[in-house]
Design a protein around this ligand. Sequence first.
Ligand SMILES: [Zn+2]
Length: 115
Amino acid sequence: MSTSPRTAPHTAAALHPAGDMCAHAAPGHDLHPIQKRLAAATPSRWTDAIAGETSADGWLELHAVDGSPLPRVWHHEHLGDIVHPGEPVALHGRYHVLVVGSSWLNVADAPSLVG
Ligand SMILES: [Zn+2]
């Protein structure tokens, strides 16, 4: 399973190598403790989803369990190392947090990266 390239040419937002320090708290970068607290405090905004394909440039496809449309999400670390297709995840619709197992990730959805 090493056929997919680990480095992608070109995206608007740069990936950091895993383990790199990240000084950003913008969507897609490090999860801020306040963001986690706010997401945990608004449980009605979670959507159960199934992870789809990950791309080498940090994008993850999501499929809502109830069939509602979900955006692709982006994280600064390659999500293929964190989540695998078919795995259950939860996306917070207001505070853009993706939960995978015990990991809480700050993610950007597609529209918020435009412009
Ligand atoms: Zn970052």
